[in-house]
Design a protein around this ligand. Structure first.
Ligand SMILES: Cc1ncc(C[n+]2csc(CCOP(=O)(O)OP(=O)(O)O)c2C)c(N)n1
Ligand code: SF4
Length: 291
């Protein structure tokens, strides 16, 4: 048997799939700390995309700045690595001009909810068909562990050394209230569910948010004495409950729990589709080319 025949018969390994989607050459090796949760999200995202079988040229990945926002740099799609907090305005521009493209935003809790909070709300409100994977590690990782709007109340960061006095945002509740039509929460300790929820979000026609609870053991974990990456994943597992179980729990019982799964889904009208109706109307009024 030749090597080629052997290769054909061998099952497709996870690492083979990953290599197909990574950008070879000068962009790798990556900047992430060993054991960082961001790599787990990238793996799940690659497998979800591979299952959908989309043409690579029909995918645009857009990000701002942060450890999580580095992901599109390493991946072989149309990539826009933009300014901190501004991924969604750039992504909106891409989608608005090229509604045929699958537009994916990779963002962090600081990027999406602090400097980019306003853009996040309005992308949800428009229900524009963009998939947003928000990697929530509860802190600003890239700049050294400052607090973000998702740093839990009472927790430590370099800007809240005695504990966070602010109330933190729940991005999923915020997105649902603002009008997003696919809202889910996953965690890096539960990878098959993470992959499934990302795949569902990619296929959904409307704004989809997949919040992923991820470990930044280097800053958030260290400052809050949560141990290494493995200890943090174990902790997420212990804290997690399913949506079905959470529905039967009181607010007091849900204190400190992470609710994982599909939180909200509806079929409301999508922004680009609605705008296309205006274009068609104007074309009719002004002649076939719309001038
Ligand atoms: C306009 C602007 N303000 C601030 C910064 C500095 N900065 C870079 S990344 C970052 C926070 C990143 O945190 P997050 O989005 O949560 O991503 P993580 O690094 O945790 O993945 C900040 C404040 C910047 N690059 N640009
Ligand atoms: S600083 Fe935190 S978020 Fe950034 S790569 Fe390291 S572990 Fe990951």
């Amino acid at each position: 048997m030749t090597t080629t025949e052997t290769d054909k018969k061998a099952p497709k390994q996870r690492s083979d799939i990953a290599l197909q989607y990574l950008r070879p050459g000068k962009k790798l090796p990556h900047v992430w700390c060993p054991g960082c949760g961001i790599g787990v999200v990238m793996g799940a995202y690659i497998r979800a995309l591979d299952k959908l079988g989309w043409d690579r040229d029909a995918v645009a990945m857009v990000s701002g700045i942060g450890c999580s926002s580095r992901m599109p740099v390493y991946m072989d799609f149309h990539s826009l690595h933009t300014a901190h907090g501004r991924a969604l305005p750039f992504a909106t521009g891409v989608k608005f001009n090229r509604p045929d493209m699958n537009v994916v935003v990779i963002t962090g809790d600081g990027d999406a909810l602090a400097i980019g909070g306003n853009h996040f709300i309005h992308a949800c409100r428009r229900n524009i068909n963009i998939t947003t994977i928000l990697i929530n590690n509860s802190i600003y990782g890239m700049t050294g562990g400052q607090g973000s709007p998702a740093t839990p109340s009472g927790d430590k960061s370099t800007t809240t050394p005695y504990g966070n006095s602010e109330k933190h945002f729940d991005p999923c509740t915020l997105a649902t209230a603002a009008g997003a039509s696919y809202v889910a929460r996953a965690s890096v300790h539960a990878v098959p569910q993470l992959e499934k929820l990302i795949k569902g979000g990619l296929a959904h026609d409307g704004f989809s948010l997949i919040e992923v609870i991820a470990n930044c053991h280097t800053y958030y974990g260290r400052l809050n004495r949560l141990g290494d990456a493995v200890a943090m994943l174990r902790r997420y597992k212990e804290q997690s409950v399913t949506v079905a179980k959470a529905r039967k729990m009181s607010p007091e019982e849900l204190e400190g729990k992470i609710v994982l799964g599909m939180l909200h889904q509806d079929e409301k009208t999508e922004f680009c589709n609605e705008y296309q109706k205006v274009v068609e109307l104007l074309k009719k009024k002004r002649g076939t080319n719309g001038n």
